[in-house]
Design a binder for this molecule. Sequence first.
Ligand code: UTP
Length: 300
Amino acid sequence: MQRKVTKAVFPVAGLGTRFLPATKSIPKEIMTLVDRPLIQYAIDEARAAGIREFIFVTSRGKSALEDYFDAAPTLEASLRKAGKDDLLELLKSTNMESGAIAYIRQQRPLGLGHAVWCARRLIANEPFAVILPDDVIAADKPCLQQMIESYEETGANMVAAMEVPHDKTKAYGILDVDRDMGDRVLVKGMVEKPEVDEAPSNLAVIGRYILTPKVLHNLDQNRKDNRTGAGGELQLTDAIAQEIDGQGVYGFRFKGQRFDCGSKAGFLQATVSFALARPELNAEFERYLRELVGVRKAAE
Ligand code: UTP
């Protein structure tokens, strides 16, 4: 019987250059949608999917991330004293069980594949999830949970997939589909950032993966063989694609709305959407947006 997926890797060692100057001192993953850092959404999604071990691949300047998951005794004591029980509960819900989180440093930003490879010893010989916190997915059933349920039927590698406009394929890894089974598609090829006329489909890979340990082995081998892409980057896509003729690769069309919070436009869209979904903000914020749009229309 295949092993349950209980470990997740969160590669957060990137430079976040699209958010400079903010990311000069704030890790991108600590930036907030309303009042919750991006990383909190990723952790909540992983927990809901049954993940028990959280492996962060970090880099220099990301210590705010470690502090975020630490207990905050002084703050907790002062909230308790002030009788602010609701805030205390909120704070406690962010605490992580001791020993559930591990931090590993990626010493140089040599790509997503390299970041995942850095976690190899902690993953050892188990299937594992990879979550890119930049991709925030609002869904009734959390995306990773949907994927794990589907993975349990196949035991093969699985990448989250989403249809994107044809002229946007260049921004994504794109799947070449062998067999389309609705939610799940069997993959016969993966192309990283193809030109519009070279894209085999418009089904794009999004930042959620369930991978077999064989992919780690492929990463290791590709690294030894110097099979790297531009800038010496070790590609995760390559190591997954090597399993197409091995343990198999599926794309999974998740149900939910994905926001690309690695880009400014996506981050702003997520902010508006999550603010409108908050009962305590909704009425005032919606009124403000309507007025704003009204004023702009009138000015045109
Ligand atoms: P991105 O391509 O979004 O890069 O990485 P980035 O550095 O975060 O942001 P920009 O493009 O400079 O603005 C996708 C994910 O892979 C991680 C990032 O932290 C992000 O979660 N990553 C990327 C690493 O952990 N290490 C790397 O070497 C590269």
